[in-house]
Write a protein that binds this ligand. Sequence first.
Ligand code: ZN
Length: 60
Amino acid sequence: MHFYPQALYIHYPQEKVEGKLYEYRCQFCKKSTTEVNGKLENHDVNCQYRKQHTYLEIED
Ligand SMILES: [Zn+2]
């Protein structure tokens, strides 16, 4: 059994990186999957996916 200390956010929409065979990136903020590394905070601050999953920062 293996537990991660934090939830991994790996289900964001991805697209292929142009010209790179095995590289993918976030469809919204264009950060590569290796850059994001499964962490929400590694997405761009303005990333739509990050915003959708950052409930604490939602203002009323
Ligand atoms: Zn993103």
